[in-house]
Design a binder for this molecule. Structure first.
Ligand code: SF4
Length: 304
């Protein structure tokens, strides 16, 4: 028999208490998942939360590389991904073997990876970055070394321009942000003259240069909170509109495009979260040797 939504929610509360689990939800998850989570945030914020909590069990509502990052930073905790098939098309565009081959062609280069990468790719890198700290970290790297940047060529181009550095870019991108076009920007500008467009730097450079602000998801949330403006055009995955609206009920948010939906971020529904709490499935594991190697660039970033 189908359970009512209210029954599912009360069962989730009961089970998370019984298991001593903390529920984390990425800003792009469905609203119903963001609402029931203990913490919402971007992938790194959530991994830091996971490391800081006393809970022995983390239920990570996000995609695999995020749950892996949480496990890398908190090996003693049990990390559960309620939708084991939730991947990231951008992360999957880079593989360790090809990255090793690129490194071999550039001996002496520093290798930097976006946090949106697999544990195997992170293990090949000197430094990890997020969209919030990438420019600052790239700026701080020694100027006499070449820099390889993987897997997002768009975030890499943005960093290269901002930091005034040439980067050897991996040819990956986020298909959700790659869908954004200059025509969409022109249409929204015409529909909402004077309304600021806040965009994520995963967007292609020809679109990004038309935005008013290029910001990480955390940066978008902060900008809106502190702004006197009442209306914003949001150019990233549309899941973030839920949190923006909850935090700013008096403000209006217009997506650049309704098509900016990451299917992987929409896989977890309340029923899946309940099943994960009932069964403890699916646990995310990272072999210890790989975990240690992948932890190094993440720690380097946290200390940078
Ligand atoms: S929105 Fe893009 S970068 Fe984020 S999980 Fe989906 S495919 Fe990956």
């Amino acid at each position: 028999m189908m359970m009512k939504k209210s029954e599912i929610i009360s069962r989730i509360h009961e089970l998370r208490k019984r298991r001593g689990a903390v529920i984390l939800a990425h800003n792009y998850e469905l609203g119903e998942i963001q609402d029931i989570a203990d913490f919402q945030g971007d992938s790194l914020e959530l991994s830091i939360r996971a490391a800081e909590t006393d809970a022995a069990e983390i239920v990570f509502c996000g995609v695999r590389f995020m749950a892996e990052t949480a496990k890398i930073l908190s090996p003693e905790k049990r990390v559960i991904l309620p939708a084991p098939q939730a991947g990231c098309e951008m992360a999957d565009m880079a593989d360790a073997e090809s990255l090793r081959a690129l490194k071999a062609r550039h001996p002496g280069a520093l290798t930097v990876c976006y946090v949106n990468s697999t544990a195997a790719v992170k293990a090949e890198c000197d430094m990890c970055v997020t969209s919030a700290n990438a420019v600052r970290i790239i700026q701080s790297l020694p100027r006499d070394r070449e820099i390889i940047f993987a897997p997002d060529r768009n975030l890499g181009s943005h960093c290269a321009a901002q930091a005034g550095r040439e980067l050897i870019l991996w040819d990956g991108c986020c298909p959700v942000h790659a869908r954004m076009t200059p025509e969409m920007m022109l249409r929204r500008r015409a529909e909402y003259p004077g309304v600021p467009i806040l965009m994520h730097p995963e967007a292609p450079p020809e679109v990004a240069q038309m935005a008013d602000e290029l910001l990480s998801t955390g940066g978008i949330l902060r900008f809106v909170r502190e702004s006197e403006e009442k209306k914003f055009i949001i150019a990233t995955e549309i899941g973030i509109l839920h949190r923006l609206q909850v935090e700013n009920p008096d403000k209006v948010f217009i997506p650049l495009t309704e098509q900016a939906i990451c299917p992987h971020m929409k896989l977890i529904r309340l029923e899946d979260l309940l099943r994960a709490l009932e069964t403890g499935e699916t646990e995310v594991t990272v072999p210890e040797e790989l975990r240690k190697a992948a932890e190094k660039p993440i720690r380097a970033m946290l200390n940078a």
